[in-house]
Design a binder for this molecule. Sequence first.
Ligand code: NAD
Ligand code: UDP
Length: 306
Amino acid sequence: MTGGAGFLGSHLCRRLVAEGNHVICVDNLYTGSRANLSELLESPRFKFIEHDIVEPLNVDVNQIFNLACPASPVHYQYDPIKTAKTSVYGAINMLNLAKEKNARILQASTSEVYGDPEVHPQTETYRGSVNPIGIRACYDEGKRMAETLFFDYFRQFGLKIKVVRIFNTYGPHMHPNDGRVVSNFIVQALRGDSITVYGDGTQTRSFCYVDDLIEGMIRMMNSRDEFTGPVNLGNPGEFTMLELAEKVLRITKSNSKLTFAPLPMDDPVKRKPDISLARKELGWEPKVNLDEGLVKTVEYFKGLNL
Ligand code: NAD
Ligand code: UDP
């Protein structure tokens, strides 16, 4: 598991170890932390290696989940060249490892490959609308190149690849300073700080609760050999950021006020997955709606010393 000390990776590590698997977690702790793995560090089925996937790695594995990459715009834009290297060199290094070990390899790709989409909802056949020179490009184009590499290794070497395109996912164990909208709004509401809405708040996103996403990723890893994806994984419920802010204020019973800040460059106007393919191939769909997921996430953040 690369990126196993991060938000999604730590959930996946816990689930895989609980099911009896041996997991090697590889992470450079850029946005992740050992604390995220505290329940696992003593387990005989779990090993943590501090390593940067921009460098090659040799470990014995039969499955690779490639999650290493900062996912929050604040963090992936902090050092954009490093973000691109993580996506591209990291993919090459992990694909070479998969080739060497004859392992299955799953890529955590993203709805960002669709950019600011002109097709709504987004299907896997849509090729996207990405600005190659904008501030999000280090991430979007890095992830697009990683997908290209996965399919070239598949065609050239017959690698067993799996590509999932993850739509905005949230839940417990997000870092309070992660910078993404759900954790920002919850932390701001619990602290009584202003809720920072970018733009006029009418842009939309579709939010998937983490447990649903993890189930989809595991089903994809274990799906029939011929099914490479890419497959969308996300919750098709679509909400504006103003609607999200209202829900968070209601659930936290907070009196925080909204403040408006400029919309960042190239911020997608709308986003919603078409999950027909995941339903058909994986028998998967999300079970937790946004209100239920926010309640669980707020409970987690209340337990932290914010
Ligand atoms: P995260 O930032 O919490 O986790 C990323 C992890 O990767 C961190 O532990 C970080 O330290 C590690 N990492 C970063 N660069 C590395 C490098 N060069 N070498 C080794 N480790 C490195 O983010 P997340 O939300 O858990 O996302 C995990 C993956 O899922 C990412 O690849 C992300 O692009 C993808 N994804 C997530 C979402 C989402 O909504 N959470 C949506 C789409 C795609
Ligand atoms: N956003 C916001 N306030 C915040 C953080 C984000 O209004 O404090 C907006 C952001 O501009 C975007 C949406 O919320 O339109 C989702 O942002 P996020 O960074 O979570 O993920 P993205 O889908 O943009 O990668």
